[in-house]
Design a protein around this ligand. Structure first.
Ligand code: FAD
Length: 318
């Protein structure tokens, strides 16, 4: 079932959903099942699975020179999605990125998903590769997520890249996109970022999932600005509890978000990381409850590696 149909079916009730990461290469599917077995009690209508493109590593050769090698540390997104649907009967939402894909490879990936019965995707651009200062699309690949959305929508209309395919089987993907309440870091301002988000919606996207935020005012303002810009699709808030003091600097560096003063002060005065975890949990519960009371369609938790904490949070907001 499509993500947006789950929202319609819920008739205003706030759903809970989760994002998981594929295990590091060499890891097992059991580690994913362990997380999801624990989270199934919340009846998530869908589970997102992130996509991780190749990274460069430098290996020292006996000669003393370093060799640059590309490796994918977390492969398996599509396999995990298929396994989730098979084991739990829950919809899986694979993240699909522009980076590293030519348009033909994207088309082939979408065909695989369609044949597996996966009819949801979160369409993203992806970040710049490690050691590159800006995002570089693949040769004959998409530069922006809006172009990827257009390709998925074209396939939904039966249009494939090969123009000789006259009556191509239309796919039926529900397309989510990313939104940034505190703006995407490359955008000159929130207004321009919203302009491009609207472009993704006009290209045919169906809903938005936001970057994490720690101050609900950012989300509420963002929704208001989206509505004023003519975006009336569901906007799903993405939430993550802070668990370690160092995240006060690592999260803004990686995700370009700000922490509210009260949270910073509380974390700074915590005696150890156990206390930080407790503060992060209580903060996330308070955020979740307020968002739920405001009638958001879904609370979407970035589980990262700490699913037990997310489990405790979800229990408190049910
Ligand atoms: P876009 O919408 O293409 O926007 C990128 C930038 O370009 C923005 O600054 C935008 O304002 C600007 N822009 C857009 N269109 C145009 C245009 N036509 N002309 C000029 N400027 C334009 N990354 C992964 O690699 N794997 C994942 O699984 C993953 N999951 C994510 C899930 C969520 C919910 C979120 C919020 C992010 C996720 N990301 C993931 C990170 C994402 O790939 C990065 O944030 C990336 O830098 C931007 O992706 P986007 O889809 O928002 O890009």
């Amino acid at each position: 079932m499509k993500v947006t149909d789950h929202f319609k079916k819920a008739k205003g009730k706030t759903l809970l959903s989760f994002e998981i990461l594929p295990p590091l290469k060499g890891g097992s599917m059991e580690s994913i099942f362990k997380i999801l077995d624990a989270l199934m009690e919340f009846k998530p209508p869908f589970v997102d699975v992130t996509y991780h493109r190749e990274e460069f590593i430098y290996k020292k050769r006996p000669s003393g020179y370093y060799e640059k090698t590309a490796i994918r540390k977390r492969p398996g997104t599509v396999g995990i999605c298929a396994a989730i649907m098979h084991r739990y009967g829950v919809d899986a939402v694979p993240h699909l990125i522009c980076g590293g894909f030519s348009v033909e490879e994207t088309e082939n990936a979408l065909i695989d998903l369609n044949f597996l019965g996966i009819n949801n995707v979160l369409a993203l651009r992806g970040d710049a590769r490690q050691f590159e200062d800006k995002f570089v699309p693949e040769e004959n690949g998409h530069k922006y997520a809006s172009d990827l959305v257009k390709q998925v929508v074209a396939m939904n209309q039966g249009h494939y890249l090969d123009l000789n395919i006259q009556h191509g089987e239309p796919t039926d993907f529900c397309v989510g996109i990313a939104g940034y309440p505190e703006k995407h870091f490359e955008a000159p301002n929130l207004e321009m970022d919203l302009h491009y988000t609207k472009m993704k919606m006009d290209a045919g996207a169906h809903y938005i999932v936001t970057q994490m935020f720690f101050d609900n005012r950012h989300y509420f303002d963002y929704v208001e600005r989206c509505r004023a810009a003519g975006i009336d699709a569901p906007i799903v808030p993405g939430l993550k509890p802070i668990t370690k003091r160092y995240q006060l600097t690592s999260i803004p560096r990686k995700f370009y978000i700000n922490f509210p003063d009260d949270l910073v002060k509380a974390v700074m005065s915590a005696k150890d990381d156990d206390a930080v975890r407790q503060i992060g949990m209580e903060w996330c519960i308070a955020q979740s409850r307020e968002l739920k009371a405001a009638g958001v369609p879904c609370l979407h938790y970035y589980t990262m590696s700490d699913f037990e904490l997310v489990q405790t949070i979800a229990k408190s907001v049910l």
